[in-house]
Design a protein around this ligand. Structure first.
Ligand SMILES: [Zn+2]
Length: 284
């Protein structure tokens, strides 16, 4: 397992190509802790964590990036989300199966919630052939029109990923072609086991590479009592009272981190009184 969770950015100045390298290990444990995922499903989700962090690191503005795949395979839905500070969380819904093609065919949705804009940016690309990296390359082709390549590897405990991207306005593509040929030789074991400097040296030792200070991805969930209150408010007052009578309290459990938020009769009174004063239509 890599001793640390790190995301390194680097640039090939002569070729107008930038790159990112991520390695995740310890931070994956709390991210997977809520469910007992079978090893292959955990591996897939770990790959998605690496991918969404790489994706977020290419974006310059502040906000959250979400990658979601809905497929026809045993893993029906997989979601990985990160903030611009690389605090990530995620989950997968799956059913037991012998199939190795876990996601099958489907679609991948990328959502970017910018802090400075009210509207979300959403993009859909087809998901084919079970490869997250191909779907991501397709996404960049379609939405950013920047040639971008991904190499991802993961198992149940760790994940590694490499991304190369041609910078906007690059005129000569021979450097880009050459760097892709070099990166193509990377193995899963190298992505998972070599530290950033060793891996960059192993792949690109003939090139001039500028490596920046790494960022540290970590597990993090932004659930809160206020957000859970919104879930309670989707019930009518009558439904909420019935639930309370049945269970003594209403408990909302966060699917990402297992935090539990409890609401008693006094909380309900507060929530629904506020709703009433903000307009009767919301009571139904
Ligand atoms: Zn949470």
């Amino acid at each position: 397992m890599p001793a640390q969770d790190l995301l390194n950015r680097f640039v090939f100045e002569q070729d107008a190509v930038r790159g990112e390298l991520i390695q995740l290990g310890p931070a994956l444990q709390p991210a997977l802790a809520r469910q007992s995922y079978p090893e292959p499903v955990a591996g897939l989700l770990n790959q998605a964590f690496a991918a969404v962090c790489l994706l977020s690191a290419t974006i310059k503005y502040r906000g959250a990036t979400t990658l979601q795949v809905n497929g026809t395979g045993p893993v029906k839905m997989m979601l990985a989300q990160t903030t611009d500070e690389l605090r990530f969380r995620g989950l997968a819904h799956w059913q037991a199966s012998e199939s190795l093609n876990l996601l099958g065919e489907g679609r991948m949705q990328i959502t970017i919630d910018r802090k400075d804009q009210p509207e979300r940016y959403q993009s859909l690309v087809p998901f084919e052939g079970g490869s997250l990296s191909h779907a991501l390359e397709h996404y960049f082709d379609q939405s950013e029109q920047l040639p971008t390549r991904f190499w991802l590897a993961a198992d149940g405990q760790r994940a590694g990923g490499l991304m190369l991207q041609q910078m906007p306005g690059a005129v000569d593509s021979s450097g880009w072609e050459h760097l892709q040929v070099l990166a193509e030789t990377v193995t899963d074991a190298e992505l998972l086991e070599l530290d950033a400097e060793s891996l960059i040296y192993r792949l690109f030792n003939q090139e001039r590479v500028r490596l920046f200070e790494p960022a540290v991805p970590s597990f993090g969930c932004n659930c809160s009592s206020t957000r859970s209150e919104r879930a309670v408010r989707t019930l009518s007052y009558r439904e909420a009272l019935d639930l309370l009578a049945e269970r003594g309290e209403i408990e909302i459990c966060c699917e990402f981190c297992d935090a539990r938020y409890r609401f008693n009769s006094r909380d309900l009174e507060r929530i629904y009184t506020r709703l009433q004063s903000s307009g009767p239509s919301e009571l139904h």
